[in-house]
Design a protein around this ligand. Structure first.
Ligand code: C5P
Length: 238
């Protein structure tokens, strides 16, 4: 599996999204469509971006009873996305049903990635609200193992957790990591960040990058810089 940079299309309309993508003339970046854009524009935006030649990670984080998730995944698979996700908290029964729903009659399916614990959930919330007494790194590792045993392809995790996940679930189990910032960039609301070069070093398979590319004065140059550092391993040369 090759490494790739996934650009988070965190826009609220089709016009802004396509206006952003129009700037890319040579490359067709792998893109992430999240809840905001999907709920605003529906499946048509997925079809339109796919028709432009982009790979798509549809980030809808499904979490429901197994039968409902299975049926919803079958619909997403029909949209021809390349990667989608769910909450591992839905249990192994739900994750296995999701794999079944995603699998097309010819046996192919999009990559399926689990969210272990949201990075917005801290240890206090885990203990006091979710009533899980174990430490966060242990919980993340156990949920990743459940996902691997249920037939999923990987997890979304912070770059700091990628090494632990690979150690527990094997090198081929994918780690998709947000929270990436350039060494000379703004962290914004992300608390634990890594540069694309550092994410490469610790073994992330995909980095998800939003604002450092979408809000850059020259988004195409920022995207190329991410690819150089993360995919090509060319350090931080500009
Ligand atoms: O703009 P920025 O690079 O922070 O965007 C990161 C993207 O990754 C956003 O779409 C955000 O929702 C997503 N994400 C994240 N942290 C997670 C899971 C997803 O930042 N734990």
């Amino acid at each position: 599996m090759g490494k790739d940079v996934i650009v988070a299309l965190d826009f609220d309309s089709k016009e802004k999204t396509l206006g952003f993508l129009d700037q890319f003339e040579e490359e067709k970046p792998f893109v992430k469509i999240g809840m905001e854009l999907y709920y605003a524009e529906g499946p048509a935006i997925v079809r339109e971006i796919k028709a432009r030649g982009h790979k798509i990670f549809l980030d809808l984080k499904l979490h429901d009873i197994p039968n409902t998730v299975k049926k919803a995944m079958a619909v997403l698979s029909g949209l021809d996305v390349d990667m989608t996700n769910l909450h591992a908290a839905g249990t192994s029964a739900m994750m296995k049903a999701a794999v079944e729903g995603l699998t097309r009659p010819d046996g192919t399916r999009p990559l399926l990635i689990a969210v272990t614990q949201l990075t917005s959930t801290d240890q206090a919330a885990l203990t006091n609200e979710l009533l899980i007494e174990q430490a966060m790194p242990f919980v993340v590792m156990k949920y990743a193992e459940n996902a691997a045993r249920s037939g999923l392809d990987g997890v979304v995790c912070s770059p700091l957790e990628a090494g632990t996940v690979h150690a527990a679930c094997g090198k081929s189990f994918l780690t998709v990591t947000p929270g990436v910032r350039f060494a000379d960039g703004e962290a914004g609301d992300q608390k634990r960040v890594m540069t694309p070069a550092q994410a490469r070093e610790i073994g992330s398979d995909y980095i998800v990058v939003g604002r450092p590319i979408t809000q850059a004065p020259d988004p195409v140059a920022a995207y190329r810089r991410c690819v150089r550092e993360f995919v090509d391993g060319k350090g931080e040369a500009v």
